[in-house]
Ligand binder design. Structure first.
Ligand code: BES
Ligand code: ZN
Length: 624
């Protein structure tokens, strides 16, 4: 952290402390929107805030850069002398305030935060125009060569702005608590379609110029752009899929239940607020499973299993249309308010559409994953097992673990079990309605919870403060009884006791989730011979299901089952989804195969998005 950024942070902290005796937040007053201190922005929204963006951009695949002008409508306070934007490695050409050229100051570079772009203004200023281009290293952007796409004919570009990478492609007040509306005009090469987190075109035009509008205010981390040779197909009159032509039919089949999911979500927690809901299937290097960009969820192709078994991810991203996109975590320390609520909502959608027996399998897998993750984290990052995180001066990406997702989920499930579903649903529906288009801190949520649902006594009995502010998993975490997994456990016991494989009729009826439970529960000391036997019987190494394959890599690599190695290499060089990369590289390292891991990584690394690359560099101790 630089002296300058420390100074800026102290300044913003001081402003807040002076208007409140609570250092964390100040309550909303009639006049002023609540102001929350976000450690990950240079912006000072209480001095001057940007409210609307008109973005005019040209996407240049030859030079791998975006040339653009960001025209911001701004609202200065009565004594404002400057407005501050976040930038990261942007090349700024010219800045104008109400048409008049001004001299700006660029703060020192901080490795996580980037720089402050300080623009002098008067309290009457209305518009700031910033002409700029992106740098080659822009971390939000991934420029793919044609070979890295399904069609292998056209290049592809996509952005990933969450958590604080929007500033690498737009000069922006990059804080989840600052919302703005936007419109955009984007020029792309012929035969490519541009799409944003906005009202989108459904087909290409000859000029390659596309216009966009996002009339509802969104935070910077939900700014998104994708450019590729993609096509649209509708699933219902308000939902559809974009994908490369060779994947479109598969995707439409896989996501056939999309409209049912939207209706299930609406019946739970109120109307879908964003009009259209589409998905775009990205190339396999997309570093996440999904990203909830408003109106257009970005999704990994690794959920195209052919049998709709991995669509919980769609339920998850859809759920963010309420939890996250309507009610937004105030800072990245409150990330569990986005993700924990979303996992809870996701499970409820899955239960409504596919039944409780099915959704409880998912919840059971979630629980096992949580315990495993928490146990590992208690060793080297115990504080990150608290729901309320402390990410000051760190990369907010450090907070993206199983904790905000799954510990968050089980905390909410515990509250549901305490008050009953009917009461909890009414509470949640109200929570979304009352707080839509606003931010929420953990402390505000606690206040809201006590005012609207739990007595002080109930709050204490549930160990709520322990859940939120202490490390590890509290003892009152709900159990998840799953009959279907209990049956899998019986089969597993028979196999480990007598080496007897299950009868075909039994396993034929298993879903992906039963198989995952089976693979994850194999004994630690399983032998190579047994793994070969299981592989021969059930064909795990040949599985077209990415979750099964990734799960299968764990016991096989641990035991040194060599026939799986070519699959591992193929997977790691074609898929960039971090959730799969991390455990696979980890088990290679832990099983004494670090050389193999590094050899594969050398080949694979150029295909990974910066987000995955940074995590794997650290894991493998790799430097260029
Ligand atoms: N918003 C997240 C992805 C994210 C989080 C990106 C933090 C950058 C920083 C998204 O909704 C998500 O949680 N994706 C999961 C899906 C899963 C939990 C169903 C993923 O990518 O694996
Ligand atoms: Zn999420």
């Amino acid at each position: 952290m630089t002296i300058k950024s420390i100074f800026l942070q102290l300044m913003s902290a001081a402003i807040l402390v002076s208007c409140s005796n609570q250092p964390e937040t100040t309550e909303a007053t009639d006049k002023k929107e609540m102001i929350v201190r976000d450690q990950h922005t240079h912006a000072q929204p209480d001095v001057a805030v940007a409210t609307h963006l008109d973005w005019v951009a040209k996407v240049d695949f030859e030079q791998k850069k975006i040339m653009a002008t960001a025209n911001w409508d701004i609202k200065p306070s009565a004594d404002a002398t400057e407005i501050i934007f976040d930038i990261y490695d942007l090349k700024i050409f010219e800045v104008r305030v109400d048409g008049k050229k001004v001299e700006t100051t660029v703060g020192e570079m901080d490795v996580h935060m980037g720089q402050a772009l300080i623009v002098p203004i008067s309290p009457e200023a209305k518009e700031v125009s910033i002409a700029y281009e992106t740098s080659t290293g822009a971390r939000a952007l991934q420029w793919l060569d044609a070979e890295q796409t399904a069609g292998k004919k056209s290049p592809f570009l996509f952005t990933q702005s969450q958590a604080i990478l929007a500033r690498t492609w737009v000069p922006i007040q990059d804080s989840p608590g600052i919302r703005f509306t936007y419109e955009a005009t984007v020029s792309v090469p012929p035969n490519m379609l541009a799409l944003m987190s906005a009202e989108n075109p459904k087909e290409k035009n000859a000029e390659g110029v596309y216009t966009f509008k996002m009339p509802q205010p969104i935070p910077a981390y939900l700014m998104a752009l994708a450019v590729g040779d993609v096509y649209f197909e509708a699933i219902s009159d308000r939902a559809g899929v974009y994908a490369e032509s060779s994947l479109l039919d598969t995707a439409v089949y896989e996501f056939a239940d999309l409209e049912d999911m939207i209706q299930a979500a609406e019946s739970l927690y109120g109307p879908y607020a964003w009009g259209q809901y589409d998905l775009i299937v990205l190339p396999p290097s997309f570093p996440f499973g999904g990203m909830e960009n408003p109106r257009l969820t970005f999704a990994t192709p690794t959920i195209l299993a052919g049998d709709r078994s991995l669509v919980a991810l769609v339920a998850h991203e859809l759920a963010h249309s309420w939890s996250g996109n309507l009610v937004t975590n105030a800072t990245w320390d409150d990330f569990w308010l986005n993700e924990g609520f979303t996992v809870y909502f996701e499970h409820r959608i899955m239960e409504k559409v596919y039944g409780k027996e099915y959704s409880e399998m998912l919840a059971s897998l979630t629980r096992a994953e949580l315990f495993e993750a928490a146990e590992a984290m208690m060793e080297d990052a115990p504080n990150d097992t608290k729901l309320k995180l402390d990410l000051a001066a760190r990369n907010p990406d450090d907070g993206v673990t199983s904790i905000p997702y799954n510990k968050g989920y089980f905390f909410l499930r515990l509250i549901e079990e305490e008050v009953g579903r009917e009461k909890f649903d009414a509470f949640l529906k109200n929570y979304f309605e009352t707080n839509k288009f606003k931010v929420m801190t953990t402390e505000q949520f606690i206040t809201y919870l006590k005012a609207n649902l739990l007595s002080e006594e109930q709050y204490a009995t549930l160990l709520a403060d322990e859940w939120i502010y202490e490390t590890g998993i509290p003892s009152n975490i709900p159990e998840v009884p799953s009959d279907r997994f209990a049956k899998v456990d019986v089969i597993l016991e028979t196999y480990t006791a007598d080496g007897q494989l299950a009868e075909v009729q039994i396993v034929e009826e298993w879903t992906t989730h039963e198989w995952l439970h089976f693979i994850n529960s194999l004994p630690e000391d399983i032998s190579v011979t047994q793994l070969a036997e299981l592989d021969a019987a059930y064909g795990f190494s040949q599985s077209g299901n990415s979750e099964i394959l990734a799960a299968w890599f764990q016991p096989t690599i641990r035991a040194g089952y060599e026939p799986v190695y070519p699959k591992v290499e193929y997977f790691l060089t074609t898929v960039g989804r971090r959730k799969f990369l991390t455990p696979t590289y980890k088990v290679l390292i832990d099983s004494g195969n670090k050389d193999m891991a590094l050899a594969i990584y050398e080949k694979a690394r150029p295909n990974y998005h910066a987000v995955s690359r940074e995590t794997m560099d650290a894991l493998l101790g790799y430097s260029e």
